[in-house]
Design a protein around this ligand. Structure first.
Ligand SMILES: [Zn+2]
Ligand SMILES: [Zn+2]
Length: 253
């Protein structure tokens, strides 16, 4: 599996890091995890055709994880002039957690048919495992907002887990058990900066070590994390390999 980090940041405008988005390429499918603002443009920067994405899995319905959904769908619907061809040739499915169908209806009401490319299907995921043909995906609810899910994807004998946004979570530890890689959020520093619904470096260390994941990829970094050396702190405490997520970084899982 090849992972491309499209956005390693948050809602904060920051030249170093865009909003959340991750492209995962397996032999059988092209997957997007989250679609924050700039994701569609970053796909182009990474040389990945947006017309080739099979599934989009949203971790939750905050704007920094969903803001590029409409631009993505509009570009897909109206592909005229695209370097990747003028028409999408295969189905596209969108998945989110609790409330996603209502959320998508609201987008449809606002943007009419422009959000509805041919071959689109939309669904809500609950907890549990599902086979997508070429990969399996397991979802678990995590403590952030009502729609929040973390994911575990397995393909070709490799496993990738993604925390989405979350507070400390035993469900996430279970989901990331012995994974080849865990993409994990680290929003803000320890101490007074701790915000409910997000992880600090100290909590990332504990989750990483308890999960047994072989590699962790630290992401969703507010600028203050870069300013206060969050990654260095995590590196000192985690037994697994630690990678700092950077926009457009490619990682072989
Ligand atoms: Zn977020
Ligand atoms: Zn969020």
């Amino acid at each position: 599996m090849k992972l491309t980090i499209l956005g390693s940041g948050t809602c904060v405008p920051y030249t170093e890091r865009g909003s959340s988005g991750y492209a995962l390429e397996t032999p059988g499918a092209r997957v997007l995890l989250d679609c924050g603002s700039g994701t569609t443009w970053k796909l182009a920067r990474a040389g990945i055709s947006y017309l080739d994405i099979d599934h989009i899995f949203l971790s939750h319905l905050h704007p920094d994880h969903t803001g590029d959904l409409v631009p993505f769908l509009f570009a897909t619907k109206y592909a005229f002039g695209s370097p990747y061809g003028s028409k999408r040739e295969k189905p596209l499915s969108l998945w989110g957690g609790r409330g996603f169908l209502e959320f998508f209806d609201a987008l449809k009401n606002a943007y009419k048919d422009w959000t509805l490319p041919e071959g689109l299907s939309v669904g809500e995921l609950g907890e549990g495992e599902r086979d997508f043909g070429g990969f399996t995906l397991r979802a678990a609810r995590v403590p952030h907002i009502e729609s929040s899910l973390a994911y575990r994807i397995e393909a070709e004998g490799k496993t990738l887990a993604y925390s989405g946004d979350t507070d400390y979570s035993d469900a996430l530890i279970g989901l990331a058990r012995d994974a080849d890689a865990l993409i994990i959020e680290c929003a803000l520093p320890d101490g007074e900066s701790k915000r409910s619904g997000h992880l600090t470096p100290g909590e990332v260390i504990e989750i990483a070590n308890r999960s047994g994941a072989r590699r962790i990829i630290v992401t969703h970094l507010y600028p203050v994390c870069d300013e206060t050396g969050a990654i260095e702190k995590i590196r000192k405490g985690v037994r697994a390999e630690v990678t700092e997520a950077r926009d457009l970084l490619e990682i072989e899982i």
